[in-house]
Design a protein around this ligand. Sequence first.
Ligand SMILES: [Zn+2]
Length: 94
Amino acid sequence: MRERLTVSISDLRFAALHCAHCNTRVTLDFEAEFGQGGMRAPGFATPRECPRCANPYDSAVPGAVDALRRAYKALAELGDAVSFDSERPAPPKP
Ligand SMILES: [Zn+2]
């Protein structure tokens, strides 16, 4: 038996970056706005390194997170027109 989970794009508002060196998690809010002229407002900036231990994230992380944020914003404008489904094995019944 499999269990289906439907998620709206608005449920994916927050993304968490995980540092493999010190286990620090940094949560990013995709609703925070970018600034003008390509400069980022303080509310949203994908960090290049861990704020705790200063080790750099994988070099692919900032570009991938920025791309995900652009997709989030584009899909969020469509409201409930697009949602995501996930399937996983159903938990055993008690
Ligand atoms: Zn770290």
